[in-house]
Design a protein around this ligand. Structure first.
Ligand SMILES: Cc1cc2nc3c(=O)[nH]c(=O)nc-3n(C[C@H](O)[C@H](O)[C@H](O)COP(=O)(O)O)c2cc1C
Length: 354
């Protein structure tokens, strides 16, 4: 069965999930992916528990989402059980569907604070964190982990069992160690072993870059499949996988559609914090008022940087992709970006397929 799965009380229409990606899975990107269909759940970028509890503006911004994205999971990171529980309460008060714990980030800045993947080196402490969270909120608490810290300490099956024991509603496993970072391959045999160890849903993560891989991996013991980089290259991947899984023709994406995606992304980013008419936005308590908008110049800079970040993935494998990437990286204004995108995607033979 390719459709439908449950995480605690939350039902998902599809078993394919947009993986959390810092700097990438912002509310604008999530909305655009969701609108294309096939994606059962979106996860925010990782959000600092400390920042959420202290009400830091920019942290809260990472956690904001709109109704169109639902169901939505907010991922938090931190190493202190009390603060993680309090942050989970903020997430619940924002009416998010799920709160997810980051136990996969290998970046030293995060890991050295006893957070991210370093929690896999201290499973008992990780369990204290998740126990404090499940006691503090009613929404499902999930955990995203790696295979382990390094080759000598692959412990995802043990950690998953411990998380289940303290009330986690699901676990997602990226089958690489922290030491590996993104080298080598995600170990899907290990992910399947984890799925055989626990009764809660296990979602697999790593190296699904085609709809065929998503469907094939989704048909093994795992309950669902997370897609990260594949979605940055091809935001239609969920829609395509859903079509493939149900025996329909896989929709092709034209160059024009690919160009329009980027233009729409720019427009949504520019409107962040300005246009309150797009429907209800979920904010943390105390943030009932709109944030003061970024000043126009810094907002433009921010959008230019966001497009560079997405462009580095989105242009991979495209005809003329490396020139396009260079042009996007050189652009200093939104106007320049718009004309580069129009030139590359909208002006050549309009019905070409990317
Ligand atoms: C740019 C980038 C940022 C990421 N940020 C996060 C994050 O904030 N939290 C997290 O749990 N994983 C994060 N990841 C890991 C992904 O969620 C995913 O597990 C990993 O990329 C493997 O899946 P993929 O091969 O489908 O990309 C990030 C990955 C990338 C490429």
């Amino acid at each position: 069965m390719d459709r439908f799965m449950r995480i605690g009380s939350v039902s998902l229409d599809h078993r394919y999930v947009l993986a959390p990606m810092a700097g990438m899975t912002d509310t604008a990107f999530r909305r655009l992916v969701k609108a294309r269909g096939g994606c059962g759940l979106v996860v925010t970028e990782m959000v600092s528990s400390e920042g959420l509890v202290r009400g830091i503006d920019r942290t809260l911004e990472y956690a904001e989402y709109t109704e169109a994205e639902r169901p939505v999971s907010i991922q938090i990171f931190g190493g202190d059980p009390g603060k993680m529980a309090a942050a989970a309460q903020v997430v619940e008060a924002m009416q998010a569907d799920i709160v997810d714990v980051n136990m996969g980030c290998p970046v030293p800045k995060i890991a050295k604070h006893n957070a991210g993947c370093s929690l896999m080196r201290e499973p008992a402490h990780a369990a204290r964190i998740v126990r404090a969270m499940t006691a503090a909120v009613d929404i499902p608490v999930t955990v995203k982990m790696r295979a382990g810290w390094d080759d000598g300490s692959i412990n995802a099956p043990t950690v998953a069992r411990m998380m289940e024991d303290v009330g986690a509603a699901a676990v997602a496993v990226h089958g690489r160690t922290a030491r590996q970072s993104y080298s080598g391959e995600s170990d899907w045999d290990l992910i399947r072993t984890v799925a055989g160890e626990v009764a809660i849903p296990v979602l697999g993560s790593g190296d699904c870059v085609t709809p065929g891989q998503m469907v094939e991996r989704g048909r093994t013991q795992v309950a669902g499949v997370l897609v990260g980089r594949g979605a940055l290259r091809n935001p239609w991947i969920f829609q395509q996988a859903a079509a493939l899984a149900s025996g329909r023709a896989v929709p092709e994406v034209s160059l024009v559609e690919r160009g329009r995606f980027l233009l729409e992304y720019i427009d949504l980013l520019l409107r962040e914090g300005l246009d309150e008419s797009r429907g209800f936005r979920h904010r943390a308590p105390g943030m009932a008022q709109a944030r003061p908008p970024r000043p126009a110049r810094s907002r433009e800079r921010w959008v230019v940087n966001k497009l560079r970040a997405l462009g580095s993935w989105y242009t991979k494998g495209l005809h003329g992709g490396s020139q396009l990437r260079t042009a996007i990286n050189r652009a200093e204004s939104v106007e320049a970006l718009r004309s580069i995108i129009s030139l590359h995607f909208l002006e050549p033979a309009g019905d070409a397929v990317a």
